[in-house]
Design a protein around this ligand. Structure first.
Ligand code: MG
Ligand code: MG
Length: 280
């Protein structure tokens, strides 16, 4: 069942979205080689609770962290750990969510630890193109479009480069539940699936792999990894469909909350993932 949010519900979702955007910026600025993924998790939980909110993921189906922290070949759902110490050149995917007045936000980033130069060009390109895939999808999040208009736009950024587009894990509606209808795949032909209507809020979250699209789950029953051990990138925003176009509720300060018609309207630096701080 697709839930349409009222104006006041959207205002609350904008609040929880802005909160998690701020937390992501804080983590980005703090990230450096030598930190553990548990360090990031503690910082995030403290920051979320200090703002009067609750981490969406903590305890979700028994998940132990406030963040999902997935490193290199880990795609999503990595468990924060003191034993996972980040080194320069690692890809850290930080997925975070917060609950404000019962409403969730959901947003993920991929940073290169130690700055973009720390990773080989092929990895930097993967990160940037996955981020561009997210924005290409966001631009299709318009009333009157259908769900797979988003899917096809996302996938179009991956196909020319031969990336594996993850199929087992997809975007989704967001609201009082972290995962609502509809599912938003990152692949498929345009023009199918439910119609996008004002008030619908969805998480768009491309996961592109350098190699195979195949995935596997580790023995911890959470961590999803690539089938061939090559790296993966993941970017996610929570986006509201409005009469005026897409509204990116989790946009950070270097990103447009209301992108215009096409990718040219998205700042190139944001699109390429190389902002003032670098991809990181
Ligand atoms: Mg997420
Ligand atoms: Mg999500």
């Amino acid at each position: 069942m697709i839930v349409r949010k009222s104006a006041s519900e959207l205002a609350t979702m904008a609040e929880t979205g802005a909160l998690i955007a701020e937390v992501h910026e804080m983590l980005r600025d703090a990230l450096e080689p030598g930190m553990s993924t548990a360090d990031l998790d503690r910082m995030a939980e403290e920051a979320i609770r200090a703002r009067g909110a609750t981490p969406s993921f903590k305890g979700y189906r028994g998940f132990p962290g406030s963040l999902c922290t997935s490193v290199n070949e880990q795609i999503v759902h990595g468990i924060p750990s003191d034993d996972v110490v980040l080194r320069a050149g690692d890809l850290i995917k930080i997925d975070a969510g917060s609950i404000v007045d019962g409403y969730h936000s959901d947003s993920a980033v991929t940073w290169i630890v130690g700055g973009p130069e720390a990773a080989p060009p092929a990895v930097r390109d993967l990160v940037a193109r996955t981020r561009a895939g997210l924005w290409a999808g966001i631009l299709e999040a318009r009333a009157g479009n259908r769900v797979t208009d988003i899917s096809a736009a996302v996938e179009a950024l991956a196909l020319p480069h031969g990336y594996g587009v993850v199929r087992e894990y997809v975007g989704h509606g967001v609201g009082r539940a972290l995962h609502e209808d509809p599912q938003v795949p990152n692949y498929g032909r345009a023009g199918r699936g439910p119609k996008l209507v004002p008030g619908l809020v969805i998480a768009i979250e491309p996961m592109f792999n350098l190699g195979t699209a195949e995935t596997a789950v580790l023995d911890d029953d959470w961590t999803v990894v690539t089938g061939d051990g090559q790296v993966s990138a993941h970017w996610e925003h929570t986006v509201a469909i409005t009469e005026e176009g897409p509204w990116v509720l989790t946009a950070r300060s270097d990103e447009p909350a209301r992108p215009l018609e096409d990718l040219a309207s998205v700042p190139e630096a944001t699109l390429l993932g190389v902002d003032a701080q670098g991809v990181r």
